[in-house]
Design a protein around this ligand. Structure first.
Ligand code: ATP
Ligand code: MG
Length: 155
């Protein structure tokens, strides 16, 4: 259970099942049990419909489209948005906490540093305008200053 504007952390040792939990919610993993969100049951939905319901998952390991540019990866996060208005301003909003992405926007994602790739992965998830943003190991590969930035982004 969570409420709007709430930040929830899931803690557990290696192999405890944190990634499995997020994958079950976003339906990247077929699981038993029930997932309910915003009054709807997601259990039998394919993953892309879960995104349309407002859940965006930034996965452990980033899973970028490595041969596409950083900007194309970011724009793909908005792929399912029916209202295209605001996409340009949302892109600018991503560049505000992560100014290095503006510099790197035309470079292939696979050529970026680990920390920059993590910023792209988080930015891509934010471009979906999620009601629920799920970040798996969000601070891996980031400098300490950027770790603080990420956890301020929800405000
Ligand atoms: N509830 C569960 N029942 C049975 N097996 C599970 C369950 N949850 C997770 N597993 C299995 O445990 C293994 C590790 O889980 P997972 O990768 O989700 O852990 P994690 O907490 O994300 O670990 P890490 O901190 O290393 O990222 C996986 O092989 C997964 O299939
Ligand atoms: Mg994990």
């Amino acid at each position: 259970m969570y409420s709007s504007h709430e930040l929830v952390g899931v803690l557990g040792s290696n192999g405890a099942g944190k990634t499995t939990l997020l994958r079950a919610i976003s339906r990247m993993l077929v699981s038993t049990g029930m997932v309910r969100f915003d009054g709807k049951t997601l259990t039998r939905m394919p993953a892309y419909k879960v995104v349309a319901e407002g859940i965006c998952h930034c996965p452990e390991g980033r899973h970028l489209f490595r041969e596409l540019t950083a900007e194309k990866n970011l724009r793909l996060g908005a792929y399912l948005r029916t209202n295209r208005d605001g996409i340009e301003s949302d892109l600018e909003r991503i560049f505000s906490p992560f100014p290095m992405l503006r510099v790197r926007r035309s470079q292939q994602a696979g050529m970026l540093s680990g920390g920059e790739q993590q910023m792209v992965a988080i930015g891509r998830a934010l471009m979906g305008k999620p009601k629920l943003l799920m970040l798996d190991e969000p601070s891996v590969g980031l400098a300490i200053r950027l770790k603080a930035t990420i956890f301020r982004c929800h405000r």
